[in-house]
Design a protein around this ligand. Sequence first.
Ligand SMILES: [Zn+2]
Length: 274
Amino acid sequence: MIAMHAMDSGPTSKPRSRPTVALMYHALSGVDERGQDPHYTLSEEGFRQHLKQIGLREGMGTSARDWLGSDKGIGTIITFDDGHLSNHRIALPALIEHGMRADFFINPATVGCPGFVNWSDLREMSASGMSIQSHGYDHQFLTDLSAKRLREALYAARLEIEDRVGLPVNLLAPPGGRVPENLETIAQECGYTRVFASHPGRLRANDDRTILPRLAVTANCDTQTVSRWLSGKRAALFRLQLRYHALAAVKRALGNALYERTRARILHDHGSSA
Ligand SMILES: [Zn+2]
């Protein structure tokens, strides 16, 4: 199932627009080490360099919400997972300074916990034009939930974020990029229109897939790497796709629990989505 989404499959009957990419960030360093995963934690300087590069190459960085709301497909999509405190303290001012927007996929269960944003931070981010979306209710992998639990969790997450932030929530990013086979159907039943997963790939204007790719930004992701990704060339993503499929095979073989226990060792020297 995951492999099916790996390659681009945009519409072929109409002229194809220039492809874009969705970047997936997590924490930025320097605020609070609690709740941050070192493999995915970028420095503030690194993040600001990325924004500069996006501005130079693509003209703008935008949220998936705004990108999907326009049929032009312009700009690079910027997303953050987990709702780390640095999203509010560092990412928000940097994005505002550059006139850019992003989606923040959060878990209601961790909002207000040490190291994470609180509801007031999220309302402030939303009022600044940022998009606050769902990363599931807690951070449990969706592949570990029964269909009933999955439905309950996705529904509760959407309603609680909408209630606390005051704007519609219709985008979902599955924790750990784990996409169960029934996710497309159940996510739609729970009011989500799109799922932003972690398999590498490109997007085009009017992309009609429900499950869309993102590129995981890791701690060692420099400006040159991002610049290559922004080129939108298929070859620029080839290494990422190879790594992703190699890791996905390991995850399938080990199962989520064993994979997570051995993850630090597996990821040593191998930046990829996890
Ligand atoms: Zn996450």
